[in-house]
Design a protein around this ligand. Structure first.
Ligand code: NDP
Length: 403
């Protein structure tokens, strides 16, 4: 049966993998909407191949170019952030939420409210607004199926009849490119080194998050919301080979793990076909060729972002949203070569501290969850900008300025 599908963030790493999976599997899909941020050329190319009902570009200034590229193709074109959310609200059977950052929150929530089954990659929407997002999906009769390999693993290893007996979730992490670096070496890390992930090919923001392990911290917050698990029962373990994607420990001592090649199309296939399994020419796991599988504890001094995320989760209120905003701002500044690598986590820590001192981590509560989050997001970005200014100034003074 043909399924109606939308892909929010189709031009990114996860979006491209999703379309590639459809291509490789010959899945029967009719695309309702493809949306992008700024990559108008790739969006137009995808639209001409997949013939969605509409193609939407978030940066409104690029709408004329999109219309020009799609002239005569019979595909409706739209532009602007609101148009992305409107497209996301259109009823479909399945929506891939793969926009990066808090920009994905409103569209993902709109898709959840439409009752679609959501393949959720946009971690920031879950981190900032997890309970409301999951509640909205449930209320509309839809479902959120995690796409990230770690949460997909836990999702698959959770036995529905034994959920009360889960004693621990074990989330694996590769440790990123700096796993074996000292803190002193990490202080000098460049943009190129931080983007050079040893196992996964991903967008820039999540690649930097993997290098700081903020990514794993955000995943702990996600796991807590997705699987209703308290922070103290979520453990992070470094597993550099990225073969075991996460594990569930039960009260009777049994531990269930999910394994697979490190290829995002595998968890996407699971989220798309669930509760069935789809056949496609997936990269198969050859256990005899994997080499030894190793596990180690993360070093909190090397990766302070991990502890920070757990702290924000335990603090609750708007702390996860503030942490996410400060981190997004700091990652952007690092990618722009304004600050050093270690300044990313330091910015997030300082921003959270200042927000707490100002009593701003409980502020911005409103009936509209997006409004509450965006209120906190903007306040945190203002504070983060001050903190980042200090780090950037110190760097310039030390002769390590931008570029
Ligand atoms: P990319 O940066 O590769 O792609 C992000 C997508 O979001 C692009 O389509 C981009 O459009 C779009 N976008 C960016 N800004 C906006 C905006 N303001 N409004 C609307 N759309 C926008 O990211 P990834 O694919 O790597 O990651 C997507 C999400 O999935 C992230 O939340 C990430 O943490 C998560 N994730 C990713 C994994 C991966 O393997 N890549 C694994 C697990 C989770 P454009 O390019 O046209 O500007």
């Amino acid at each position: 049966m043909t399924r109606r599908v939308s892909i929010l963030g189709s031009t990114g790493s996860v979006g491209v993998s999703t379309l590639d999976l459809f291509e490789q599997s010959g899945a029967a899909v009719e695309i309702a909407a493809l949306t992008a941020g700024r990559n108008v050329a790739r969006l137009a190319e995808q639209a001409l191949r997949w013939r969605p009902r509409q193609a939407v570009i978030a940066d409104e200034r690029l709408l004329p170019e999109l219309c020009e590229r799609l002239a005569g193709a019979g595909i409706a074109c739209a532009g602007g952030e609101a148009a992305v959310s409107e497209a996301a609200a259109e009823p479909v059977d399945w929506a891939m939420a793969a926009i990066v950052g808090v920009a994905g929150l409103a569209p993902t929530l709109a898709a959840a409210r439409s009752g679609a089954t959501i393949g959720l990659a946009n971690k920031e929407s879950l981190v900032c607004c997890g309970p409301s997002l999951l509640h909205a999906a449930r209320r509309a009769g839809g479902m959120v199926i995690p796409v990230e390999s770690e949460h997909s693993a836990i999702f698959q290893a959770l036995q529905p009849l034994a959920r009360e007996q889960v004693s621990k979730l074990i989330v694996t992490a590769t440790g990123g490119p700096f796993r074996s670096w000292s803190v002193a070496q990490m202080r000098q890390a460049t943009r190129e080194q931080a983007l050079n992930h040893p196992k996964w090919s991903m967008g820039d923001k999540i690649s930097i998050d993997s290098a700081t392990m903020m990514n794993k911290g955000l995943e702990v917050i996600e796991a807590a919301y997705l699987f209703a698990m308290p922070p103290e029962r979520i453990e992070v373990v470094i597993h550099p080979q990225a073969i075991v994607h996460s594990l569930v420990e039960y009260a009777d001592g049994n531990v269930l793990a999910q394994l697979g090649a490190p290829d995002m199309r595998i968890p996407i296939a699971c989220a798309f076909a669930w509760p069935e399994r789809m056949a496609w020419p997936a990269p198969k796991l050859d256990l005899t060729a994997c080499g030894p599988l190793t596990f180690e504890a993360p070093d909190p001094e090397q990766f302070p972002a991990l502890g920070l995320a757990k702290q924000a989760l335990t603090r609750g209120g708007q702390a996860p949203a503030a942490l996410n905003a400060a981190n997004e701002a700091a990652v952007a500044a690092f990618l722009d070569r304004q600050i050093g690598f270690l300044d990313i986590a330091a910015t997030a820590a300082e921003t959270l501290e200042r927000m707490e001192a100002l009593g701003a981590l409980d502020a911005g509560e409103s009936d509209d969850p997006v409004e509450s989050v965006m209120h906190t997001d903007q306040a945190a970005r203002r504070i983060a900008a001050e903190v980042l200014g200090g780090f950037a100034g110190a760097r310039r003074a030390a002769g390590q300025g931008s570029r």
